[in-house]
Design a binder for this molecule. Structure first.
Ligand code: AMP
Ligand code: TRP
Length: 324
């Protein structure tokens, strides 16, 4: 089974990225043929400064390695090291109705947040479909906010195959885990652009301070509390063991425990995950060539797969090239 996913190098990665996406990516590498890439072409829709994009791209690779990604089991590469994806984006765009893109909620959300409504941002889902379809991906592990984009990729695969009477593209399926949408400090979706995130690689003190600032309701200390409606508990259950989660749930329902104590417990389980990763990252940073070599080697391998599929796609629609 071919697994594929991408992550944008558009800022510091946070617990929402890890719990919904990265964690699945790392688990899946044990049993499947996994392709993961750093979506630097996508990030250009928001990051338009060369040194920042270069640095962010390397940071994502370091973050993956530090969180446990194993380059001997799966590929991690730069999207732009497979330039065929931009060529496929064009082929898909001629079989994609504008109405399909008009319905993209992610585009509307981004524009509402003040991101420039460029053509790149509008056609973002076509580039994403090309990313997925060019590797004949079966499964795409992502957070819930990306599901609509994967449904669009399914539509594009079908439209292309129907229009050109071929079977070039496979229909991919989204894969979600229990995290779905990870809440941020204010209870809204955790996002780098909302200022409500716990970053993966801030220091322990900063993380704890931010966790202590999570918004909670005004239920008094002695009163029973509803864990299902509390952001602190919502995050805790994604990080703690089932026994720990059950214990905290009982304490919420029994009353007599304040939110401050629950926040400290959350900060502890966050640090249990991130502390060792922070140390691994500090080691990895010292070897400048390691990350670059890994990305390049993986990019070359991914490109071989992409080239073969791209040849079929060109042939299906009658594009004759002198290249091959
Ligand atoms: P992005 O940072 O937008 O490139 O997102 C990378 C991955 O993290 C995608 O699969 C998203 O669905 C996922 N993701 C980002 N923020 C959250 C969140 N708050 N809850 C769940 N998934 C998220
Ligand atoms: N749009 C995705 C996000 O913001 C990143 C992405 C780009 C992606 N291409 C992809 C995810 C292909 C899965 C498959 O999270």
């Amino acid at each position: 089974m071919r697994v594929l996913s991408g992550i944008q190098p558009s800022g510091k990665l946070h617990l929402g990225n890890y719990l919904a996406a990265m964690k699945q990516h790392i688990e899946l590498e044990e049993k499947h043929d996994c392709y993961y890439f750093i979506a630097n072409y996508h990030a250009l829709t928001t990051i338009q400064d060369a040194p920042t994009l270069v640095a962010n791209t390397r940071d994502v690779a370091l973050d993956y390695l530090a969180m446990g990604f194993d380059p001997t089991k799966a590929l991690l590469f730069r999207q732009s090291d497979v330039p065929e994806v931009t060529e496929l984006t064009w082929l898909l765009s001629v079989v994609t109705g504008k109405g399909l893109l008009d319905r993209a909620t992610s585009y509307k959300d981004k524009v509402a947040r003040g991101i420039a409504a460029s053509m790149g941002l509008f056609s973002y889902p076509i580039l994403m479909a090309a990313d997925i379809l060019i590797y004949h991906s079966d499964v795409v592990p992502v957070g819930k906010d990306q599901v609509q984009h994967i449904e669009m990729a399914q539509d594009m695969a079908t439209h292309f195959n129907m229009t050109f009477k071929c079977e070039v593209f496979k229909r991919p399926e989204a894969k979600l885990n229990e995290a779905l949408i990870v809440p941020g400090l204010d209870g809204q979706k955790m996002s780098k652009s909302y200022g409500n995130a716990v970053s993966l690689f801030d220091d322990a003190k900063t993380n704890r301070k931010r966790i202590m600032s999570i918004k909670t309701d005004s239920t008094p200390l002695e009163a029973p509390k509803d864990p299902e409606r509390c952001t602190v508990f919502g995050l805790y259950k994604l990080l703690a063991t089932p026994a720990e989660t059950q214990a905290l749930e009982q304490r919420y329902r029994a009353g007599g425990m304040g939110y401050g104590e629950a926040k400290q417990m959350l900060a502890d389980v966050v640090e249990r995950l991130l502390g060792p990763a922070r140390e691994r990252r500090a080691e990895l940073v010292k070897d400048a060539d390691y990350v670059e070599d890994m990305l390049r080697t993986a990019g070359r391998r991914a490109r071989e797969t992409a080239r073969a599929v791209m040849e079929q796609a060109r042939a299906a629609c009658g594009i004759v090239t002198a290249r091959n």
